[in-house]
Every structure is written in structure tokens, then in C-alpha cells.
Design a protein around this ligand. Structure first.
Ligand code: SF4
Length: 365
């Protein structure tokens, strides 16, 4: 019988000192202390345990479990799930001679390559993710459904706005005050704060008692004061003055990342500033937008508030994002409330898949 020669299976001749070190290692362990040589691990493989990952420095890291020698390139390749047809070219291993600059030794190729089984696992994970996302793929039916919903809501809430500001700094303050607060309360507080601290740099020198008096009805007073002060201080440090106007010359991505870098500015606040004041096609998703979009089936059931913006960005055309945000906030406050939504007087009740059972429903197909 002719035995086929296995490539990359040359065994190295070891010096006596190397053999002495190899003999000192116990199964599954590495060479310790003074016996370590040039950082090599001298890891003695344990046949009963899975082998560690082989890296490019594997030459003197892996000791054969049954023979007093280092593993060959082929043995390491098998540990990494490479089939025997896969041949590693070039020098077998690094040396400490001048020729060390030679690149891509067999050990380097082996250690730098992605093991086939790992590659397969990654491919399977990517495929699974793609298929899962596939459930969220926006179909033409969804787009058509969105257009109908949008038209109905737009008709039901004509020419209504939420009092947002053209100046980006004004808008930022307005949104910070609006968090977890009733509309009437934060609008009143904004007017009072505007009267007290405009231009806004005055806020940095206004004492806590005066600010507290204005913000007390909103709750979270300390957080709001520190968020505004920290944000203003950062903006002054970045632009030399208290203004967000330089963001008008930035791209969508630059403006978003700058705003998110400010203390206390979350995704919704950043997108409100971008949408209302910088004229960018951002879609802020607050609790109202999230709730209404989910009940209408525009966001799949079970999607988190954190992931919903990405889903809605794919459904809502850029030109309609601002208006859609306003409409869903108005609808969420007045009709599709968190508790007991008034489906009987909802302008989209005949389309909404979440409308109460007594109403004939028709959702996206
Ligand atoms: S039908 Fe009911 S659940 Fe659906 S959007 Fe209207 S109020 Fe909300």
C-alpha cells in the first residue's frame, strides 16, 4: 500500500534544553516561571480537553500530547479544522537569524487564516441574522399601508405643531425640559426659563435657587439643571461660544454624533434638534411615536424602543419623517393613549390591526 505523503508535517529536531523544558510541562498546562523561553508557552496538549486556538506564534506553543516534541504545522492545522489538502507554503517557522524578515512562514499562514469551522459558524450566524432581519424587510404593501395611514392622520391633525424651535439651542433646551413631563408644564417652564436665562449663557451664572423655582414643577430638577449646564459648557469649549449653528454645515452623521456626544443628549433629543432646527431628515421616536407605530403594525410586535428607530427609518420616507413624528405624538396624546385608546373615534381605526375587537379591522398584508 502506498501511503500518501502528508504536507507540512516535518518534525523539528529539538535541542537538549528544549527537551528538558518540554518534559517539565504537565498535560493541559504551560511552562511556568524561569523555564519559560522567549515568551513561548510550551503548552502541553491534553487529549481529554479541547485545544486552544492556534495563533501565528504557534511554533513553540504547542507540545504534542504523547511525544516529546512540538506539534508540526499539519498537526496544528488539523486542530484548526483545516483539511489536509490545504497546504501552507514558505518557510516552516521564524528563526532568529537575519532571514527572519521573510514573511508569511507556515506558522504565520496557519495562525492568521480563519479556521474553516469558525468560518462556517460565522457564515451560519450571518445567514440567521439576515433571515431574521428579512422579517422586517419593507414590502411595497407596507409602503402603501404607511401612505394611507399618513394621509388619514395628516387629514385629522391639520396644521398642528408641537411648539418646537427653529434655533437648535432653544430646541435642545425645550426637549430637555419636555422629558417625562406634561405638555402644558414644560411649555410654561420653557417660557419662564427663556425669560430668566436668554441669552442662554446666563444659565451658567444663574444660581440654583432661581433655576429650581422655574423647573420644580417638572420634576428631575437636579438632572435637568446639571444636564443643561454640562451641555452648555461642552458646547462653549467646542465652538468657542454658546451656539449649535456650526452643525448646520455638518452632514447628518456628523451632526448626530456631535449631539449624542453632549452630556444628557439621547437619541430622541439629538434627532429633535436635527429635525426641527437643522432641517435634517431625522425621525425622533418618543414613547408616543413608538406606541402608535407599534399598534398600527409599522413596527413589528416585540421590537424594542431602542431598535424601533431603525425599523421606522426604513418605512417612513425622508421627506415625511418630521410630519410623521408630529402626527404620531398628537395622535398618541389625544386618541391612541397608553391606557384605553379611543379607537371608536380614531381616524385610522379601519386600517389598524390593534383596533378594539368591535371595530372592523384591516392591517398591512
Ligand atoms: S385604532 Fe386604536 S389602537 Fe389603532 S391607532 Fe387608532 S386608537 Fe390606536
Amino acid at each position: 500500500m502506498v501511503r500518501k505523503k502528508v504536507a507540512n508535517h516535518q518534525k523539528a529536531a529539538h535541542a537538549a534544553s528544549t527537551l528538558e523544558r518540554i518534559r517539565r510541562v504537565r498535560a493541559g498546562e504551560r511552562l511556568a516561571g524561569a523555564y519559560r523561553a522567549f515568551g513561548a508557552a510550551y503548552r502541553l496538549l491534553d487529549p481529554a480537553l479541547p485545544a486552544p486556538t492556534v495563533t501565528r506564534s504557534g511554533f513553540r506553543d504547542f507540545v504534542h500530547p504523547k511525544e516529546n516534541r512540538f506539534c508540526t504545522v499539519r498537526e496544528l492545522a488539523r486542530l484548526q479544522s483545516f483539511p489536509d489538502q490545504y497546504v501552507f507554503e514558505g518557510r516552516r517557522c521564524d528563526t532568529y537569524a537575519k532571514s527572519r524578515y521573510i514573511q508569511q512562514t507556515q506558522h504565520e499562514q496557519l495562525g492568521n487564516a480563519v479556521p474553516p469551522r469558525l468560518a462556517q459558524s460565522i457564515a451560519r450566524a450571518i445567514r440567521k441574522q439576515l433571515l431574521r432581519n428579512g422579517r422586517n424587510v419593507v414590502t411595497s404593501n407596507t409602503i402603501e399601508y404607511f401612505k394611507q395611514i399618513f394621509a388619514d392622520l395628516d387629514y385629522a391633525y391639520p396644521q398642528r405643531s408641537l411648539g418646537n424651535k427653529r434655533n437648535p439651542l432653544d430646541e435642545l433646551v425645550y426637549i430637555v425640559l419636555s422629558r417625562r413631563t406634561q405638555e402644558g408644564q414644560y411649555q410654561h417652564a420653557y417660557r419662564e426659563l427663556h425669560r430668566l436665562c436668554r441669552p442662554w449663557h446666563k444659565l451658567l451664572s444663574t444660581g440654583d435657587p432661581a433655576l429650581r423655582e422655574v423647573l420644580e414643577p417638572l420634576g428631575l430638577v437636579n438632572q435637568r439643571i446639571s444636564a443643561l449646564r454640562a451641555t452648555f459648557t461642552t458646547i462653549v469649549a467646542d465652538f468657542g461660544t454658546l451656539t449649535l449653528s456650526p452643525l448646520r454645515r455638518k452632514t447628518y452623521s456628523e451632526a448626530y454624533h456631535y449631539l449624542r456626544s453632549l452630556p444628557g443628549v439621547n437619541d430622541k433629543t439629538a434627532k429633535c434638534v436635527m429635525m426641527y432646527s437643522l432641517g435634517m431628515p431625522a425621525l425622533p421616536v418618543d414613547t408616543h411615536t413608538f406606541r402608535v407605530a407599534t399598534r398600527l403594525g409599522l413596527v413589528p410586535e416585540g421590537t424594542s424602543l431602542y431598535k424601533a428607530p431603525r425599523v421606522l427609518d426604513a418605512v417612513v420616507p425622508r421627506s415625511l419623517r418630521g410630519r410623521f413624528h408630529v402626527l404620531t405624538v398628537l395622535h398618541g396624546r389625544e386618541v391612541c393613549t397608553q391606557k384605553n385608546p379611543a379607537c371608536h373615534r380614531c381616524p385610522v381605526k379601519l386600517r389598524c390591526p390593534s383596533a378594539t375587537a368591535t371595530i372592523h379591522t384591516r392591517g398591512p398584508s
